[in-house]
Design a protein around this ligand. Sequence first.
Ligand SMILES: C[S@@+](CC[C@H](N)C(=O)[O-])C[C@H]1O[C@@H](n2cnc3c(N)ncnc32)[C@H](O)[C@@H]1O
Length: 267
Amino acid sequence: MWAEIYDTESNPLIALEEARYPRELVEHYVKNEIVVDIGCGTGRNIKRMISFNAKQVIGLDISPGMLEKAKARFQDEPRVDLRLDNLQGEFKDVKEESVNAVTACLMLEHIKLNALELLFKEMVRVLKPGGCVMVTEMHPWLWELGGQAQFTDKKGTHIIVRSYRKSVADYLTAALEAGLRLMAITEQIMDLEVAKTSMRAEAFANQPMLLWYLLEKPKLDDDDDATTTTTSTTATSTTTTTTTVDTSTADSSVICPAAISATDGVQ
Ligand SMILES: C[S@@+](CC[C@H](N)C(=O)[O-])C[C@H]1O[C@@H](n2cnc3c(N)ncnc32)[C@H](O)[C@@H]1O
């Protein structure tokens, strides 16, 4: 059902994600490498990974309808490999330390909090040391305002897609406990430039609408020098002990001065 309208319905969150995706941070992990895109849907992010010159993109999704759309989209693209997978155990036919990037776009909200850490651990299993996890997500702030993934099907029925309340700290704690290091994080507000491009977007103007973060699996010889770094985030700003971000800009991003891991004081 969702698959039928997913690529055609105007979606302000997708408009923002497309406009503000940090291509320059992600591209080098992907070029000539294998990527796993979890919850790939109809392949919106797979297309992006192919444009970053990935060697192969493995798309995993629980929905046969979404995968059918993705298969039609990439029927002439041998680099794309689509697999039905509910992400509850090992990723389907993905070997240990075989990929350099795992991407999760607008899908972790559909995962229960108590399943999140296991999912991040599975990402760590398949990642090569030095590989990355790139997550884009509906900002938890929107959930608190009553927002959830939803759509209107072809018959006009309004459907809310099951998702689960989680905070920014819930996401980061699960990722760090799984052994990943935080490299960059942004709480992206809906800015007026993007709002003009999407129906319904103006209602979200100046609200933090998108959360994205980049994590890395440490290399064995990584020098862990971030032991004194702590971080705190609010809906409109992101701060570390060494960097303060100007919250008047639309893009309140911080590239961590040193990567942060669970043992470095982020609880
Ligand atoms: C909002 S869509 C995002 C699709 C795509 N990543 C994008 O950004 O356009 C969420 C996707 O996550 C998938 N999904 C949700 N829970 C899942 C699970 N447990 N295992 C695999 N896929 C799941 C849904 O089927 C859907 O395709």
